[in-house]
Ligand binder design. Structure first.
Ligand code: ATR
Length: 294
């Protein structure tokens, strides 16, 4: 880490969240700054849950902080304090990237843009496809937005708590009235007759250290998939992905989404889009960090 490069012109960016100790975002942005020769520094800011976010943003603005990522638990709570909110962030109901303007901060959602890039990178298009979302929280909202934007043919939402799935169904139908959406109990996923499905695993089931768990255990479900995306990146290959792979489906994990949400934020802040080589270098850096952490 060469801090002697920091000078009076260094543009300061950061991450606000609680906790922030294990974040990989500084590795993404500071490495991109090195690779693209930008005079910027990206720092973690521990902003405890329950803080007055209006005061936090006023302070950040007064200090001239150019942009921030926002993580748990502030992604929704920050929204009332922003000058403007992008269409993706509005539809996903969450903001994870702030850009400084003269008078305040503008909010974006690069989790949505990152997932979109992860899907294209896997060579998959959602247009006209039958899609299953497993989960009905923040990550599922990002995937649901892309199903509407890319005109998926049909959307199934399966979730442990049906009323949360029902709430998401209503939101999706409010934004995309032409997209047919059906809610189904998790246990019915194996019994459904649909084939050629694209699935998004959007729950925390299977997250390290509970790596031997998957939200669906019926092998019949996995045989119906053509592609399976997991939003979890620790472990890099979840049991959900392993089961999908064994059944012959294509798979992609959450590391690509993590990488691209960061690179999209970097692009919004600096106007510089990572090329293939830079994206690969940062991906290996993230893999190394994850290995170090166990
Ligand atoms: P995120 O922003 O990562 O999506 P979230 O908004 O808290 O996180 O959503 C978590 C999702 O994981 C929800 O769909 C949740 O199901 P419920 O709506 O029933 O709470 C799901 N989830 C969490 N733990 C789960 C478990 N042990 N089994 C099944 N689903 C679980």
């Amino acid at each position: 880490m060469d801090r002697s490069m920091i000078d009076g012109r260094t543009a300061v960016y950061g991450l606000m969240g609680d906790p922030v100790e294990h974040t990989l975002s500084p590795a993404i942005h500071n490495t991109m700054a090195d690779l693209t020769g930008m005079n910027l520094a990206y720092l973690p800011f521990h902003v405890p849950a329950g803080c007055d976010l209006g005061v936090v943003l006023k302070g950040a603005h007064a200090l001239g902080i150019r942009g921030m990522n926002v993580t748990v638990p502030h992604k929704k709570a920050v929204m009332p304090f922003l000058e403007r909110i992008s269409p993706e962030a509005g539809a996903a109901g969450a903001v994870n990237t702030l850009v400084r303007t003269e008078t305040g901060y503008e909010g974006f959602n690069t989790d949505v843009l990152g997932l979109s890039e992860n899907i294209s990178e896997a060579g998959v298009s959602l247009t006209g496809k039958k899609v299953v979302l497993i989960g009905a929280g923040g990550a599922a909202r990002a995937a649901a937005y892309l199903c509407g934007r890319d005109r998926a043919g049909k959307l199934y939402i399966a979730n442990r708590t049906l009323e949360n799935a029902e709430r998401l169904r209503k939101e999706v139908q409010g934004t995309w009235p032409d997209l047919p959406v059906e809610v189904m109990p998790m246990e019915d996923l194996g019994a459904s007759g649909e084939r050629d499905l694209i699935a998004f695993q959007c729950t925390s089931v299977g997250l390290y250290p509970a790596c031997d768990r998957a939200p669906v255990t019926d092998p019949a479900f996995y045989k119906r998939l053509i592609h399976a995306f997991d939003t979890i990146y620790r472990p890099e290959k979840t049991l959900f992905m392993k089961m999908a792979e064994e059944a012959g489906a294509g798979t992609a994990g959450g590391l690509g989404m993590l990488l691209w949400q960061g690179l999209k934020a970097y692009e919004i802040w600096t106007g510089i889009r990572a090329d293939k080589d830079q994206a690969l270098q940062i991906r290996s850096r993230l893999e190394a960090f994850l290995k170090e952490e166990g």
